[in-house]
Write a protein that binds this ligand. Structure first.
Ligand SMILES: *Cc1c(COP(=O)(O)O)cnc(C)c1O
Length: 399
């Protein structure tokens, strides 16, 4: 806050957006290079999503999801489970952000074992450098010290491992305590866009199945086309026990999240109220009607505009244009490069320089991320990468 509050600092206020372009209070235009922190899918001010929200607003904005339901949520739950191959995921639980999508999955997994004959399964496995959100439970799964806050004293019992191989080294007693393994599939986002080796997700899924441990996939960042397929898990033919969705669910319009799970988990909570098998978890804005209307509209845009079909050409262009940049890597429409410098403020400096060239994005240390809305055109991709290149050159040029 100190530099933010400095007398000469002029905060950037974003006042308007259309497609991939945002406009600030002075009328300057920028490409939304990180899709408004990884949320926006079809661009800003999309007429179909605007219309769906307006139409819903004419009926009702929000009603409680505790003990009631509504048509937009019913339709959305059905459409979401139908997006996954196979018939494993049949149930959707709504919350309102990525952290709570994770927390509800974790709490369901723990409570499931507790009331279904394996109460010793009280431990969660997460990976080094993982990021699953900022609330206490989600942060206790995190492997990035910066985002963990003041420690893990109030969180869950978490075993953090560096890789899949580490799981094979666990003793039988340790394995028998595992309730679930939580992972960001294919790519760790907040860690700085770290790619998992190809095949790792498939192997992890096989390990979980052989141990009868739940697999929780955090697709809060990777969901909704970001990796080139609707969900990252499709790349390796994996359907988890829990699939956590948030950021892009509403096209990046409104806070809404969904945790999809299986019939097995659903049935593990059935019983008469006095049996105490209820999943007591509900946020005030869970499954908001406006959010569900936006999400349904976003899924319709995927179909109407054949969004996924157009991605291969965009992905190819993005990686072709960025391919020679230092430490370049990409996973579908998520592209990153890292400035190799002992000065850990280089990423910030590049992002500030990029603003002057019409690009907004946010660094992760010295890693620069380009993750535009999926509706970006090839011409906009060229401008996006050109702006980043110019900014990197300006900042790293020898004085
Ligand atoms: C952003 C993010 C979260 C947290 O989502 P919020 O809506 O910010 O709470 C969790 N996991 C991943 C992989 C994310 O990128």
């Amino acid at each position: 806050m100190q530099p933010w509050c400095a007398a000469d600092h002029v905060p950037l206020m974003l006042v308007e957006g259309h497609g991939c372009t945002l406009r600030d209070q002075f009328g300057n235009q920028y490409l939304d290079g990180n899709a408004s922190i990884w949320t926006n899918i079809h661009g800003h001010n999309h007429p179909a999503i605007n219309a769906a929200i307006t139409e819903q607003l004419g009926k009702v904005a929000h009603t409680s999801f505790l003990g009631f339901t509504h048509e937009p949520a019913i339709r959305l739950a059905k459409e979401l489970v139908d997006l996954l191959p196979g018939k494993k995921l049949t149930r959707a639980f709504f919350t309102d952000n990525g952290s709570t999508a994770i927390e509800s999955a974790v709490r369901m997994a723990l409570q499931y074992w507790k009331q279904n004959g394996r109460p010793q399964r009280d431990t969660l496995v997460a990976f080094d450098r993982a990021y699953h959100g900022d609330t206490l439970g989600a942060a206790s799964l995190g492997g990035i010290p910066l985002f963990k806050g003041s420690g893990n004293d109030f969180g869950y019992r978490v075993l953090t491992v560096p890789s899949l191989d580490a799981l094979d080294l666990l003793t039988v007693d340790e394995r028998n305590r595992i309730a679930a393994v939580v992972i960001e599939p294919l790519i760790q986002g907040a860690a700085g866009m770290r790619l998992w080796p190809q095949g790792m997700l498939k192997a992890l899924d096989a390990w979980c199945q052989s141990e009868d441990v739940f697999l929780i996939l955090d697709e809060v960042m990777t969901g909704f086309g970001r990796t080139g397929k609707m969900f990252a898990c499709e790349h390796e033919g994996v359907v988890p026990d829990f699939l956590c969705l948030a950021k892009g669910l509403t096209g990046g319009y409104l806070p809404l999240a969904a945790t999809l799970t299986s019939e097995r988990v659903f049935e593990g909570f059935l019983g008469e109220p006095h049996e105490g098998r209820t999943f007591f978890y509900g946020h005030s804005y869970a499954g908001s009607q406006l959010g569900c209307a936006a999400a349904l509209a976003s899924l319709r845009v995927f179909r109407d505009e054949r969004v996924l079909e157009q991605l291969p050409a965009k992905i190819a262009r993005l990686s072709e244009l960025m391919g020679d940049m230092p430490a370049f890597r990409h996973c579908g429409m998520i592209a990153a490069m890292t400035v190799d410098s002992p000065d850990l403020t280089m990423g910030t400096k590049v992002c500030l320089a990029a603003r002057k060239h019409g690009l907004l994005t946010r660094p992760i240390g010295n890693t620069l991320v380009l993750m535009p809305p999926l509706c970006i055109t090839l011409e906009e991709i060229e401008r996006l990468v050109a702006a980043l290149r110019t900014a990197v050159a300006e900042v790293t040029a020898p004085l």
